[in-house]
Design a protein around this ligand. Structure first.
Ligand SMILES: Cc1cc2nc3c(=O)[nH]c(=O)nc-3n(C[C@H](O)[C@H](O)[C@H](O)COP(=O)(O)OP(=O)(O)OC[C@H]3O[C@@H](n4cnc5c(N)ncnc54)[C@H](O)[C@@H]3O)c2cc1C
Ligand SMILES: Cc1cc2nc3c(=O)[nH]c(=O)nc-3n(C[C@H](O)[C@H](O)[C@H](O)COP(=O)(O)O)c2cc1C
Length: 792
């Protein structure tokens, strides 16, 4: 079998090594346009985990790599005169040129043919059985077959340049500096004695103000030597094709075409702030190698040369199926990470401890629990910081041995919540004629006794024709009011939870089927006329809603008001106005669903006019001492729809109108939205609203563990954390977390005390076991973990 590898970067070379070692009869040639010792960039980094993988696949190159690498275990964050040093990270680095030389040597030793100074024209690819396109970020092969690979490039706004210096480091170090032009960031690490990489980063406005667009490499380096004079400690910056660039996040819809396969940067890129592209390229090489191994099967060799084409086809399909998810996950983490650096101004006024924690936990891989294991003093500092803030709000909480962040209280107007966990609103589709039933009593009652600080009703509809489905509850009759009062009384008598009534109007999503009979699909019979901002149906087969008239608006406002009055009488502690998920009020806010020509359409100010009228009317009748929330879809994840920046404006408008909390959800306003799901996927929007607009927020969406709740609260990404689906199967989520974190103050109904005592006892042992397991599972490190804070 003849294999041509285009590009002698780490990806191409590593695949050549693995394949030649496993199948010596393969003819493998690596074509590289540069000379053997040409290289751009400075050092590359690998984590302990990656090194362990390399050891498994090729112990020889692993040994050569580890013998030549500089190790460090710590991350150091220099911010506003403070230094936070956090251990247990486990990295190593070496010069890119050294790595390439080691790989050249190993490849040659195995019999791989290396052809340097040979540029391959993709239009004239040789007749090989397999072509590995490892030709880097500007891949010509990808461009040649763009119609098949369908690449997409997201050019990020920040400017960055790779530079070097002789300043030694014993930690991966972040420097943050504010200048008269704006903020500069340096991501630094040592890769060999006396040699370090400095990736410089700044936002486009600062870049322009500093006039960096007019400076060449040397002049840029000189300028940055001024910015980081203290940090460079007398060392100079060196350049090597250190041009300012915008990071391109590249994704390809397909990675294979006939016998051609893309690997490394050619196939996908991930921002440098989560580790090196080198690691990803080498892991791609491993995945491709594994795909061939799996295809060749137990025989371990290509038994039927006549069928080479078939082997290649199957192996490439296998590679793409097996590797794609992992790459997309890495790219997603990298995207979240790069956004943190793009938005660093948002966190600039935070306490340095919270700033450091936010930086450490930005891409979700590192969390509160994980840091508590590696750097317990750092996490206990964070706990104190959160407790101090709470104390400043007038709570008499312990700040010496504080409760973990999720078990800190919160006050909204006259309502005090015992902790930060919320049962998110969840429609049960189980009402009869808008009446809540015993199902609702048991469902809400058991979630209240489970320990969450705040529980929400489902969207309770303000009139019969405001319902989404025939199974939705309402609050427009005396009987409904009495039924909800019964539930509220139960919650208050048997738990410490506060109870929030979510009020809404379905708008164009009304007259739909029950969730389990076809979500948002129109009722086939028994429907009723629906209204919306504009006459646009939800689905093509949905009812065309009637565009609301002024009279309709007055009627809807009156319905909301009477439902709120009923809510107050029923004893709810809080109300939330539902202006998300494409229901009536959301249909006004979204430019995709509001095409009105009057003062309720057009600009965001106009589109907000009716929702604000409803809000003001509610605030008027809702008791002053009780808080109000508004739920919004902070982004529509669709071209032309609302963005996070718009959501900040929306939140500000409601804050001016007196809202106490923004419940930050996203999407569901149109069926065409393309959400990117993942752990805590909506939390960045809560972070943006809370920290840009200074408004209390609740986040929600794929948050499933107490660890995540603590991470979010400690980092200041939200004030409350709501969980929906996890609570469907576990009403006692909060009680269990209390046992885990020893939050002994949690309220428990006396009937359940023996159960509570037991999990509190058992969790001590379970926690010790898990800690031990995690310690054992951690890749081998090279230094002791810990945390140190110092003045710069
Ligand atoms: C300017 C710059 C500096 C960087 N510095 C660092 C750093 O210091 N540390 C770090 O970890 N990461 C760095 N990176 C990122 C890192 O280089 C990549 O993520 C990683 O090397 C990807 O490996 P790869 O094998 O996919 O591609 P590459 O390493 O980019 O290798 C591709 C190779 O293909 C060759 N090639 C391309 N087209 C042809 C052709 N038609 N014919 C023959 N040969 C061809 C190129 O010359 C190149 O050697 C840097 C990136 C850039 C753009
Ligand atoms: C069965 C079900 C019903 C829901 N009903 C409502 C509702 O009535 N009102 C609302 O605002 N959100 C509703 N949601 C959305 C949730 O409140 C929450 O935003 C969403 O499920 C994401 O959180 P999760 O990942 O924790 O489940 C519902 C979700 C589920 C799963």
């Amino acid at each position: 079998m003849k294999v041509d590898i285009i590009g002698g970067g780490p990806g191409g070379l590593y695949f050549a090594i693995l394949a030649k070692k496993a199948w010596p009869a393969m003819h493998i040639t690596v074509y590289e346009r540069n000379r053997a010792d040409d290289t751009f960039g400075f050092g590359v980094v690998f984590s302990d985990e990656t090194l362990e993988t390399f050891e498994k696949y090729d112990p020889e190159s692993y040994r050569a790599i580890t013998a030549n690498f500089a190790y460090w275990d710590d991350i150091e964050i220099h911010f506003k005169g403070t230094v936070h040093r956090i251990g247990g990270n486990g990295f190593c680095g070496c010069a890119r040129v050294t790595l390439l030389k080691l790989l050249h040597e190993r490849a040659r030793q195995l019999g791989v043919e290396l052809k340097f100074q040979t540029e391959i024209d993709p239009a004239a690819l040789r007749d090989a059985d397999l072509v590995v396109a490892a030709d880097g970020i500007n891949s010509r092969i990808r461009a040649q077959h763009a119609d098949v690979f369908r690449p997409e490039t997201d050019l990020r706004p920040n400017k960055f340049a790779w530079m070097g210096s002789t300043r030694p480091f014993d930690a991966f170090t972040f420097f943050f500096r504010e200048t008269e032009h704006g903020i500069f960031i340096a991501h630094c690490y040592q890769y060999e004695p006396g040699q370090s990489t400095w990736v410089m980063e700044t936002d486009p406005e600062t870049f322009a103000r500093a006039g960096l667009d007019k400076l060449d490499e040397q002049q840029s380096a000189k300028f940055l030597e001024g910015v980081f004079a203290k940090e460079l400690a007398g060392h100079k910056l060196t350049v090597n094709r250190s041009l300012w660039r915008n990071f391109p996040t590249i994704r390809c819809e397909s990675w294979t075409h006939d016998s051609i396969v893309l690997i490394g940067d050619a196939k996908a890129t991930a921002h440098f702030s989560i580790g090196s592209g080198t690691k990803l390229a080498m892991e791609d090489a491993i995945a491709l190698f594994n795909a061939f191994k799996a295809t060749v099967g137990a025989a371990g060799k290509f038994t039927q040369p006549a069928h080479t084409k078939e082997y290649v086809k199957r192996a490439l399909a296998h590679y793409e199926t097996e590797r794609r998810l992992e790459v997309e996950k890495t790219q997603h983490s990298a995207d979240v990470s790069l956004v943190w650096f793009e938005q660093v101004r948002r966190f600039w006024d935070m306490d340095p401890r919270r700033f450091a924690f936010g930086l450490m936990t930005r891409s979700k891989a590192i969390t509160y629990d994980n840091l508590a294991l590696r750097a317990p003093e750092f996490v206990s500092e964070l706990d104190k910081l959160v407790a101090d803030d709470v104390r400043q709000q007038g709570f008499d909480v312990d700040t010496v041995k504080p409760a973990v962040p999720m078990f800190q209280p919160l006050r909204l107007r006259g309502m005090t919540l015992a902790n930060r966990v919320v049962v998110s609103p969840m429609d049960q589709y189980s009402a009869v004629d808008g009446m809540p039933t015993d199902w609702h009593l048991v469902h809400l009652g058991s979630r209240a006794t489970g320990g969450a600080g705040l529980i929400f009703t489902e969207m309770v509809c303000v009139s019969a024709d405001a319902r989404i489905t025939l199974g939705c509850t309402g609050l427009y009759t005396d009987a409904q009011e009495a039924a909800y009062k019964r539930i509220a009384d139960f919650v208050h008598a048997n738990s410490a939870a506060k109870f929030c009534l979510q009020l809404g109007h379905a708008g164009r999503k009304g007259a739909s089927r029950l969730m389990w009979e076809g979500m948002d699909q129109p009722l086939q019979e028994g429907g009723w006329p629906v209204i919306s901002a504009s006459p646009i149906p939800y689905y093509p087969n949905s009812q065309v809603p009637r565009e609301m008239t002024r009279a309709d608006m007055d009627k809807v406002i009156a319905d909301f008001v009477q439902a709120a009055e009923r809510g107050a009488r029923a004893g709810f502690d809080m109300i939330e106005m539902h202006a998300a998920h494409g229901y009536l009020l959301a249909s006004f806010i979204s430019p995709l669903t509001n095409r009105r020509a009057d003062e309720y359409g057009g600009s965001l100010e106009n589109r907000l006019r009716f929702p604000l009228e409803v809000f003001h009317a509610l605030r008027n009748v809702w008791p002053d001492e009780k808080p109000m929330a508004v739920r919004i879809s902070a982004t529509e994840r669709e071209e032309g729809g609302l963005t996070g920046d718009d959501a900040v404006q929306v939140a500000r408008a409601f804050a001016e109108a007196g809202v106490d909390l923004i419940d930050v959800s996203t999407g569901q306003t149109t069926p065409d939205a393309e959400p990117i799901y993942g752990r805590m996927f909506q939390t960045p929007f809560s972070d943006q609203i809370r920290n840009d607009a200074g408004i209390a927020t609740m986040c929600v969406g794929a948050i499933t563990s107490a660890d995540q709740v603590n991470t979010i609260i400690a980092a200041g990404r939200a004030d409350l954390v709501a969980l929906a689906r996890p609570h469907l199967v576990d009403p006692f989520f909060t009680m269990k977390a209390a046992a885990w974190y020893r939050a002994t103050d949690i309220h428990c109904p006396p009937q359940y005390l023996p159960g509570r005592d037991q999990i509190f006892r058992n969790s001590v042992r379970d926690r010790a076991d898990l800690t031990e397991l995690r310690r054992k599972a951690k890749p081998k490190g090279h230094a002791a973990a810990g945390w140190k804070q110092a003045a710069e």
